[in-house]
Design a protein around this ligand. Structure first.
Ligand code: DC
Length: 241
């Protein structure tokens, strides 16, 4: 059975990462977190003190001069919620990119067309060949518009904020739920309203609202959709399954 390209898009806290990672584990596919690339570049910009997040030309130059690599998550760290291993110019930044400050900066630099162009090129290279579950905001619309299966994951803002709040608590980071909800609203607004590649549901994406579902239920539902899609494709190609 040929392996598919699965595109999962959705807002912050919709469970994309955990769900995509679990699907990849069940299907034996490669999991790729495109947001980690925006986060890694944002981290470099933040570390580069003089660089204003509003200076598009400087950020474009920075992106052109940066090498970001996503590596499969070490199997022993999957259960701990570690996503892809991320190398920024050869340095491991897997943990360093998981802060609210980096998340906000990533959402800001993700509004710059040229920066997106460069990172989308890298994402296409990383996912070439199929057998991949890639998650982000524009995977089904821009990065892999021909993906065989597209999912748009949603959940209510309150539930998404609660999930994020729990993740922070587990890492010993204390915020109020109201602070996290504000952050979710702010990022939603920026991601959905930006001019270039805004977060929208691709026409052919299946909408999955997991407000009342956990990671495992959501992942199993999408695995079932994958199996259905495989059958449809096999039938269309004249192959029996
Ligand atoms: O998925 P995430 O929360 O780690 O992503 C961080 C930011 O990066 C997000 O607020 C918007 C941006 N992003 C994007 O614009 N396009 C993607 N494909 C992935 C992330």
């Amino acid at each position: 059975m040929p392996k598919l390209t699965i595109a999962i898009d959705g807002p912050a806290g919709s469970g994309k990462s955990s769900v995509a990672q679990r699907i990849a584990q069940i299907l034996g596919y490669l999991y790729l977190d495109s947001g980690a690339m925006y986060r890694a570049l944002a981290l470099k910009a933040l570390q580069n003190n003089g660089l204003a997040l509003s200076s598009h030309s400087e950020l474009e130059a920075l992106a052109a001069d940066t090498h970001i690599e996503l590596k499969p998550t070490p199997p022993n760290l999957v259960a701990e919620g570690v996503k892809n291993q991320v190398l920024l110019d050869g340095i491991d930044v897997t943990q360093a990119i998981r802060t609210p400050e980096v998340a906000q900066a990533a959402s800001q630099i993700a509004t710059i067309a040229k920066v997106r162009e460069l990172l989308v090129g890298e994402q296409r290279k990383a996912g070439a060949g199929g057998g991949v579950v890639m998650e982000g905001r524009d995977i089904g619309t821009v990065v892999f518009p021909n993906a065989e299966l597209k999912i748009f994951l949603e959940a209510s803002p309150e539930v998404r904020a609660e999930r994020r709040w729990k993740e922070h608590e587990e890492k010993g980071e204390h915020f109020t739920l109201a602070q996290v909800l504000d952050e979710v609203h702010e990022r939603d607004k920026r991601d959905r309203e930006r001019k270039v590649s805004p977060l929208i549901r691709a026409k052919d994406a299946v909408l999955v609202d997991n407000t009342a579902m956990d990671i495992e239920e959501t992942a199993r539902l999408i695995v079932m959709l994958t199996r259905e899609r495989e059958k449809e494709l096999a039938k269309a190609a004249g192959r029996e399954v």
